[in-house]
Design a protein around this ligand. Structure first.
Ligand SMILES: Cc1cc2nc3c(=O)[nH]c(=O)nc-3n(C[C@H](O)[C@H](O)[C@H](O)COP(=O)(O)OP(=O)(O)OC[C@H]3O[C@@H](n4cnc5c(N)ncnc54)[C@H](O)[C@@H]3O)c2cc1C
Length: 454
């Protein structure tokens, strides 16, 4: 079996960019339809000593899914949901399945896949595994890693590697880092192998979910509310999403609801999930403690209303892309931070990051994100290449402060090519050496996803 490699300009250009704005034209594009073709392709690449970068839907914000050199392997034609075992709540899927499609396939059985990146309608399961993606509901259910039970990957030499979580509750099998090979591949950004199949855990849809949009007079009180909501036993938040004044304006416009608290300086979208009646009074009492006006709170109850509420959050990246589009030709791009800190420190981390941005005379960032997990996205619109460099310098300066607070350089979008220079700020020499050793064990010639992570 030999797989055709596409080399016409249209195909190459079609895969030359991901959402980061980075442009890297691959030497060829492969679109395998089954695992055996991936194996064949990797054998061929080994024989010709060519690099291969796997790609899903190319929604990466870090340049991870464009090929620094060599071939690009698109998994989009491997998009079968192989099996959904309703009893055991397990889905077996190929890597090119869109998360949104998986959700729809499970919904009729009262099940769902917990990871919910805002890009869920556009991104693949393989990409989510390779980036360990997360989303608003990560607050309650954890990131993708927790929901991957097993996976099969094709390695750089074309052999197959299968990893399955053991399920034991106790384990003393030497060093912890060798316990569970599934964990090596989750978050590996295409650098260890091409995931060709995954077994995913599904969860039962909660009996009831209540969404609440709560406007606040200012950021300090909104963030105080978020911290309190995590600590208050009477409410059960499964997501706590923050919108600054400008983000709330964008969301309001997306909902066509100009009259919704136009004076507010910030807004928090919370979801409470459980079995009994939603504790609406407890939520309102908590919000009022932080200066919210109960009359401004919007409740989203029922499946249709919750879908509406998702538009609040989904409008934000789309608006930022629109704002950036005119500047792409001049070397500008959207630059979104992905750092996170322990959640009680988020207010102080944001203040520090803003002071640094001001000192660098940057245009104001639009800030929103998963503050329940201490994880804001500051979104800058860089208008040209010089501004890209100035914003990068400011972000790097902020990262020193973030790391000093016990934070991380990247909470969900991965390292890719754009952030690899910042990885050693956080990972010490021994951590870097261990990561290189793992990479060398699986891909000694460094042919998989060159430029990603290391
Ligand atoms: C509007 C928007 C909103 C977003 N919101 C979120 C969010 O809320 N949370 C979040 O975590 N991310 C978010 N992202 C980032 C991105 O969507 C996620 O990282 C997503 O999981 C990437 O999936 P993908 O299919 O597009 O992968 P790609 O971008 O194609 O690839 C991403 C990485 O995965 C690797 N890869 C892809 N498939 C495979 C495979 N089968 N085997 C091995 N490696 C593979 C690639 O080599 C690359 O390193 C957002 C992006 C956008 C554009």
């Amino acid at each position: 079996m030999s797989l055709a490699l596409l080399r016409d300009e249209g195909a190459l250009e079609g895969y030359a960019r991901d959402v980061s704005g980075l442009r890297r034209v691959p030497e060829a594009v492969a679109r395998p339809e089954q695992a055996a073709e991936v194996q064949e392709l990797m054998r061929q690449s080994a024989a010709e000593a060519v690099c291969v970068t796997p790609a899903g839907a190319q929604t990466s914000t870090t340049g991870a899914s464009v090929a620094e050199r060599g071939w690009l392997l698109s998994t989009r034609a491997m998009a079968r949901i192989i099996d959904i075992d309703r009893e055991r709540r397990i889905a077996r899927v190929e890597p090119g399945v869109l998360i949104g499609d998986l959700q729809r396939a499970c919904a009729g059985d009262g099940l769902f896949f917990a990871p919910d990146p805002t890009s869920e309608e556009e991104c693949t399961v393989g990409g989510a595994i390779a980036c360990n993606a997360s989303g608003p509901r990560t607050l309650a259910y954890g990131s993708t890693r927790r929901h991957v039970r097993a996976l099969t990957a094709v390695l750089a030499d074309g052999t197959e590697f299968h990893a399955q979580r053991s399920g034991v509750e106790k384990n003393t099998l030497g060093y912890q880092l060798a316990h569970d090979p599934v964990d090596w591949f989750v978050g590996s950004e295409g650098t260890l192998g091409v995931v060709t199949e995954a077994e995913l855990s599904l969860l039962p849809v909660p009996a009831r979910v209540l969404g609440l949009g709560v406007p606040f007079p200012d950021e300090a009180r909104a963030l105080g509310f978020i911290v309190a909501a995590r600590q208050e036993p009477r409410v059960k938040p499964r997501c706590l999403e923050y919108f600054d004044r400008e983000s709330f304006a964008i969301a309001r416009a997306a909902m066509d609801d100009a009259a919704w608290a136009p004076q507010a300086g910030a807004m928090v979208y919370a979801e409470d999930a459980g079995d009994g009646d939603p504790p609406l009074d407890d939520w309102l009492a908590l919000a009022e403690r932080f200066g919210a006006n109960a009359g401004d709170v919007r409740a989203f109850d029922g499946e249709q209303a919750l879908r509406e509420a998702r538009r609040l959050r989904h409008a934000l990246p789309a608006a930022m892309h629109e704002r950036t589009a005119p500047f792409l030709a001049r070397g500008g791009r959207r630059m979104s931070t992905d750092w996170a800190v322990p959640y009680p420190l988020a207010a102080s981390a944001l203040n520090t990051a803003r002071q640094i941005a001001d000192a660098h005379h940057l245009p104001p960032a639009v800030t929103y994100g998963h503050l329940g997990n201490g994880h804001p996205h500051q979104n800058f619109v860089a208008r040209d290449a010089d501004e890209v460099r100035r914003i990068e310098r400011a972000i790097e300066e902020s990262l020193h402060a973030i790391i000093a607070m016990g934070g991380t350089v990247s909470a969900e979008h991965g390292i890719g090519k754009i952030k690899s220079k910042w990885l050693p700020l956080q990972a010490g020499p021994r951590q870097m050496a261990l990561m290189r050793a793992l990479k060398h064990e699986f891909d000694p010639e460094g042919r998989l996803a060159p430029g990603n992570i290391l």
